[in-house]
Ligand binder design. Structure first.
Ligand SMILES: *[C@@H]1O[C@H](CO)[C@@H](O)[C@H](O)[C@H]1NC(C)=O
Ligand SMILES: *[C@@H]1O[C@H](CO)[C@@H](O)[C@H](O)[C@H]1NC(C)=O
Ligand SMILES: *[C@@H]1O[C@H](CO)[C@@H](O)[C@H](O)[C@H]1NC(C)=O
Ligand SMILES: *[C@@H]1O[C@H](CO)[C@@H](O)[C@H](O)[C@H]1NC(C)=O
Length: 317
């Protein structure tokens, strides 16, 4: 189903050893909640969410969580047959990698387990997804293809949601460790502990802000000191430019913002996550990258303005 070469390419892109240059939110109200990964040597093996098992995927579900996911898999809406542009590869990779690395930072499950579950989940629904694309050609493994990106992003966030549904703060992760004598890397089980112990309900919000901040940082690196930079101050102008920058990356065909009664109404068309958003509608965390970036902008500007930037209405105006 997935050619090994493409899988390796994809995994290499997402879980690349090269650090992403994560830009942590250091706002005063979030700093104390920041997930600082601590590596400690604890003997106990308290696994986080259990790995997806074959029964779960074949429909012979044995527990409630598995059952829920099986149902969800069957109820996936038909693919969005929208005319959409190609997504800028660097940008598509950023969205996937930021999501992966922030989950990694939270230390809620061993990432080798996440990789495995992600692989199983995306292989499971892929055939039913592509079979409904009728005459549309999907380029498997190509993140610039909106049909493929939409699918793979769904699978990633479905896996992330599965992980945050039953987070565990101590888990064992296989990590490569260098043998100082031979210079070889061997996988060694290491206990990881999450610092999110106080308030797990903050996870989705924190996750969204971190991904959003990473998107803004990516824009900063490319557009600061150009006429395309995100203007400071006026929320309407800033949000309009954020939408515009998403459009320039090929992530949507059109979008705009309108202020009505102090509410910013944001509307987008032909977005790269049109289908996955529908799939993830009832999840704790969806892949609404545009909203994440807008919220992170509000956070940058301070909470007073964040309240003004109400995003209750999300429609094409
Ligand atoms: C490193 O490699 C040497 C030679 O193979 C081996 O004897 C030693 O036990 C290894 N050390 C660790 C910590 O694995
Ligand atoms: C771009 O501008 C933002 C906001 O003014 C700033 O925080 C960031 O450091 C700047 N980045 C670069 C690369 O100049
Ligand atoms: C432009 O970039 C320089 C650093 O290269 C920075 O000091 C300056 O603040 C930037 N100006 C704006 C308007 O972002
Ligand atoms: C997907 O696109 C259709 C057609 O433009 C639109 O009606 C729908 O609201 C979009 N859904 C999302 C979640 O963006």
């Amino acid at each position: 189903m997935f050619s090994p070469r493409l899988i390796i390419l994809l995994l290499a892109l997402i879980a690349s050893a090269k650090p992403l240059n994560l830009h942590s939110i250091s706002r005063r109200n979030l700093v104390k909640l920041s997930p600082i990964a601590l590596q400690i040597a604890l003997p106990q093996s308290a696994s986080a969410v259990s790995p997806i098992n074959v029964d779960e995927l074949s429909g012979q579900t044995r527990n409630l969580n598995a059952y829920k996911y099986e149902l969800q898999r069957k109820k996936l809406p038909p693919p969005s047959l929208l005319l959409r542009p190609k997504i800028n590869l660097d940008f598509a990779v950023l969205l996937m990698r930021a999501s992966y690395q922030i989950l990694d930072d939270f230390n809620l499950l061993p990432m080798n387990e996440f990789q495995r579950d992600f692989f199983l989940l995306r292989s499971t629904s892929y055939k039913s997804y592509t079979s409904k694309l009728s005459n549309t050609i999907i380029t498997q493994g190509d993140l610039t293809d909106p049909y493929y990106f939409d699918y793979i992003s769904y699978a990633q966030y479905a896996t992330i949601n599965r992980a945050i549904l039953k987070p565990n703060l101590i888990s064992i992760e296989s990590q490569p460790v260098e043998n100082s004598t031979t210079g070889e890397f061997i996988d060694v089980p290491i206990s990881i502990r999450s610092d999110l112990r106080d308030d797990l309900s903050i996870i989705p919000k924190l996750f969204r802000l971190e991904v959003g901040e990473n998107i803004l940082k990516w824009f900063d690196d490319r557009y600061n000191n150009t006429t395309a930079s995100i203007p400071k101050g006026n929320p309407e102008s800033a949000v309009r430019q954020i939408i515009n920058l998403f459009r320039i990356q090929g992530f949507l065909t059109s979008g705009d913002v309108k202020v009505e009664k102090n509410v910013l109404n944001v509307g987008v068309e032909g977005s790269g996550n049109n289908w996955s958003m529908k799939c993830l509608k009832s999840e704790k965390l969806n892949n609404d990258f545009i909203r994440m970036a807008i919220e992170a902008w509000g956070e940058r500007e301070g909470n007073a303005k964040l309240n003004y930037v109400k995003l209750n209405t999300y429609k094409i105006s």
